[in-house]
Design a protein around this ligand. Structure first.
Ligand code: LMR
Length: 395
C-alpha cells in the first residue's frame, strides 16, 4: 500500500523553516515564516500571557473535554473582538463562533462546512494569496480560482482588475478576502475601495470569507477589524477566520476561531449544530490552554490594556523596521527603489526579489519565500545590515 507513494514537495513556507533548522551556520536568518521576533531576534512571550498563565495556575482546573465549539468565554470574547461588542449581529444572536486550531484550523472548518452545504460553489483567492489558501480549499474538495489583485509594477493593488473580477464571479461563489495585512503582498485596500468591494459582493450574491490572521498589525485592532463590521452591516452571509498566533505570540498553542454570520438567530443555531458536526469529525473538540489564556486576557481589563500596548509595540517596531530597511537599501543599492516597502502593511514585504535572487540569499543562510516574500518582523538592529548587504549583492 505504501510502495508507490511519491515524496511530497516541501511546504512553501514551513518547508523553509525546516531548511533553516537544518542549516548549521550560526548566523543564519529566517525571513520566511510569518513570525514576529523582537529586536533581540526572540519570539516574545507577552507579559499579558504570562500574567494570565499565573492566574490560571493559581486556579488549577481538571482537563476535561471542552464543548465541541470550544470554551464559551473564549467564543464570546472572540466574537466581541472580531465584530465589535455592540454589533447587532451579536445582540441579535446572529453570529456563531467556534474555537479553532489556529487560523488555519478555522479556514479548514469553514471550507469543510461550505463544502457540505454549497458543494458546487467555486472558491476564489487573490493572486497571489497565502500559500496555504489554495491547498486548503482544494483539500476540502473545491475548485480554486485566482482573482486579479496585485500589480507587480506598482507594488500595489490593481483595483480596477480586482473589482472587474469580483463582478464576473458567478452568484454563490466563495471569495476569500484578507481583512487586513494582505499576506503575502502587504498591499491593502483603502476604506473607499473596501466599500466598492462590499457593494460588488452584495450585488453579485457572493459568499465572503474574511481571513483575519493579523488583526492589530496594520493600523490598530479596531481599524483592522473595520471591514468585518462593514460586511455585517450589509446582512450578507459571512464567514470570518481569525488567529491569535501573531497578535498574542501564541503560535504553538494553535488558537483561532471561525465565526459565521446568519440572517436570524434561528438560522444561526442550525449553522452551529452543523458546524459542530464538522468539528467533531475533524478533531472532536479543541485544546484548553491557549483558549483559556486568550479568554482571560480579553476579559480582564488590566490584561487587555497590557495586551493592546504589547501588540501596539510590535506594530510600531515593524513600521520602524520598514523605514530602516528602506533607508539602508537606499545607501547600499542606490539604483533600486524600495520606497514601496514603507507603504506595505503587516508583517510582510513582497520585496520583488526573484526566485533566483532568493536562492542566492539562501547560499548566505538568509531564508525567504521563493516568491520574494520576506518577513519584516524578523529583521532587527543586529541582522538588518547583513540582510541589506546580501540583498544589495544579489540585486
Ligand atoms: C505565514 O504565512 O508565514 C504564516 O501564516 C505561517 C503559516 O502557517 O504559513
Amino acid at each position: 500500500v505504501f510502495s508507490a507513494i511519491e515524496m511530497a514537495p516541501r511546504d512553501p513556507i514551513l518547508g523553509i523553516t525546516e531548511a533553516f533548522n537544518a542549516d548549521t551556520n550560526p548566523n543564519k536568518i529566517n525571513l520566511g515564516v510569518g513570525v514576529y521576533y523582537d529586536d533581540n531576534g526572540k519570539v516574545p512571550l507577552l507579559a499579558c500571557v504570562q500574567k494570565a498563565e499565573s492566574i490560571l495556575i493559581e486556579q488549577p482546573t481538571p482537563r476535561t473535554y471542552l464543548p465541541i465549539e470550544g470554551l464559551a468565554a473564549y467564543d464570546k470574547a472572540v466574537q466581541e473582538l472580531v465584530f465589535g461588542a455592540d454589533n447587532a449581529v451579536i445582540q441579535e444572536r446572529r453570529a456563531i463562533t467556534a474555537q479553532a486550531v489556529g487560523g488555519t484550523g478555522a479556514l479548514k472548518l469553514g471550507a469543510d462546512f461550505l463544502k457540505r452545504f454549497s458543494p458546487d460553489s467555486e472558491v476564489y483567492i487573490s493572486d497571489p494569496s497565502w500559500e496555504n489558501h489554495r491547498a486548503l480549499f482544494e483539500s476540502a474538495g473545491f475548485k480554486v480560482n485566482n482573482y486579479a489583485y496585485y500589480d507587480a509594477a506598482t507594488h500595489g493593488v490593481n483595483f480596477p482588475a480586482f473589482l472587474a473580477a469580483l463582478k464576473a464571479m458567478p452568484k454563490g461563489a466563495i471569495v476569500v478576502l484578507h481583512a487586513c495585512c494582505h499576506n503575502p503582498t502587504g498591499a491593502d485596500l483603502t476604506q473607499d475601495q473596501w466599500g466598492q468591494v462590499i457593494d460588488a459582493v452584495v450585488t453579485n450574491g457572493l459568499v465572503p470569507f474574511l481571513d483575519m490572521a493579523y488583526q492589530g498589525f496594520g493600523a490598530g485592532i479596531a481599524e483592522d477589524g473595520a471591514v468585518v463590521r462593514r460586511f455585517t452591516e450589509t446582512g450578507v452571509p459571512l464567514l470570518v477566520s481569525n488567529s491569535f498566533s501573531k497578535s498574542f505570540s501564541l503560535y504553538g498553542e494553535r488558537v483561532g476561531a471561525l465565526s459565521i454570520v446568519a440572517s436570524s438567530a434561528e438560522e444561526a443555531s442550525r449553522l452551529l449544530s452543523q458546524l459542530k458536526r464538522v468539528i467533531r469529525t475533524n478533531y472532536s473538540n479543541p485544546p484548553v490552554h491557549g483558549g483559556k489564556v486568550v479568554a482571560t486576557v480579553l476579559a480582564t481589563p488590566e490584561l487587555r490594556q497590557l495586551w493592546e500596548e504589547e501588540l501596539a509595540a510590535m506594530r510600531v517596531r515593524i513600521k520602524a523596521t520598514r523605514e530602516a530597511f528602506v533607508q539602508k537599501l537606499k545607501d547600499k543599492a542606490p539604483g533600486h527603489d524600495f520606497d514601496f516597502v514603507r507603504e506595505q502593511v503587516g508583517m510582510f514585504s513582497y520585496s520583488g526579489l526573484t526566485k533566483e535572487q532568493v536562492a542566492k540569499l539562501r547560499e548566505q543562510s538568509i531564508y525567504a519565500v521563493d516568491t520574494g516574500r520576506i518577513c519584516v518582523a524578523a529583521l532587527n538592529s543586529k541582522n538588518i545590515d547583513v540582510v541589506v548587504d546580501a540583498i544589495a549583492k544579489v540585486l
